[in-house]
Ligand binder design. Structure first.
Ligand SMILES: Cc1cc2nc3c(=O)[nH]c(=O)nc-3n(C[C@H](O)[C@H](O)[C@H](O)COP(=O)(O)OP(=O)(O)OC[C@H]3O[C@@H](n4cnc5c(N)ncnc54)[C@H](O)[C@@H]3O)c2cc1C
Length: 277
């Protein structure tokens, strides 16, 4: 295993496919000690993925280790590194540095109901939470998933919706900001859907990821619904470089998103979301 945390492991792309418009799933097999380093990553952790010659960027790990020895990343094309990654195909190589950051406290979630709220590419780091709950279904209470995107073409992991819905005591609710005529689910922001579903905060944990503005309004609404801040979890993104708490790029108040996060509960976040927006 690498002793220098800045050195990436070599990874081979085993599968590359479109997940949604301008979003690709990269399934990576780690070589040269990488498999050992990543053998037991946890839901919520992330890794830096490099497109050689372009640079590296952080991505949430989008699957659980029990699900597969391979690592999934869902990559939205927004700039130089993500465009470089989108240009790769099966059999090509990437660099992978990690696993990094903290994780969702899945042990604490056991015995509780879970409300999972994913917006757009923000669904990627929540997929391992959903997989972990479904894989050990008897350990958790009800699972309510609210899944949103700007439009239907931007919904991620659509090919898994049937499996999620078929899991015991699991409900999937979909919404898009703008729908075409074929859409027979909710239309509107995820906060509209949350208001309609109106989940009980009783013995319930919420887990939210999406664009900063969505996180802001969803967590505000959850608080109004009675979800205590310590039971309302978010996973945050910030511009970051080292991922080791050294460069000071990703600070949020007195915290570094890379090492203190990216998973926080709202008691820890307090009013720091205002600087994040
Ligand atoms: C912990 C963590 C987990 C992440 N998980 C995922 C994931 O699962 N899938 C995914 O697609 N992306 C994820 N991201 C975001 C991803 O890292 C950025 O999209 C990536 O860094 C963009 O790199 P680029 O070189 O393509 O874009 P750049 O060329 O660097 O930037 C293009 C534009 O995007 C803006 N930008 C870039 N990164 C961010 C950011 N983090 N926040 C706000 N604006 C930004 C830049 O300011 C610029 O305007 C995550 C980020 C973090 C910190």
């Amino acid at each position: 295993m690498n002793t220098n945390p800045m050195l990436p492991y070599l990874g081979k792309l085993i599968e590359v496919r479109d997940l949604a418009a301008e979003i690709k799933l990269l399934r990576v097999e780690l070589l040269d000690g990488g498999a050992e380093a990543f053998k037991s990553w946890l839901p919520g952790q992330f890794a830096f993925v490099s497109a050689f010659g372009m640079g590296e960027a952080p991505f949430g790990i989008a699957n659980t280790p029990s699900d597969s020895p391979l690592i999934d990343f869902a990559v939205a094309r927004i700039g130089s590194v993500t465009t470089g990654l989108h240009e790769l195909g099966e059999g090509d190589f990437v660099g992978v540095r990690g696993p990094m950051g903290n994780c969702f406290p899945m042990e604490k979630f056991k015995g509780k109901n879970l409300v999972v709220l994913g917006g757009g590419i923000g669904g990627a780091p929540l997929r391992p939470v959903i997989q972990a709950v479904i894989n050990q279904r008897a350990d958790y209470g009800s699972l309510t998933i609210l899944w949103a995107a700007r439009n239907q073409s931007l919904l991620v992991f659509t090919d898994e919706f049937n499996d999620w819905q078929a899991a015991p005591d699991t409900r999937l609710h979909l919404t898009v900001d703008q729908a075409d005529s074929a859409w027979d689910h909710n239309v509107g922001l995820i906060t509209d859907l949350l208001k309609k579903i109106n989940p009980s905060p009783e013995n319930t944990i919420s887990v939210t990821c999406g664009p900063p503005v969505m996180i802001h309004f969803v967590t505000k609404m959850l608080a109004e619904m009675g979800f205590p801040p310590q039971d309302s979890y978010v996973t945050l993104e910030a511009r970051m470089h080292c991922g080791l708490g050294k460069c000071g790029r990703c600070n949020l108040g007195d915290k570094f998103v890379c090492v203190d996060g990216p998973v926080f509960n709202m008691l820890e976040v307090g009013n720091m979301l205002e600087t994040y927006l």
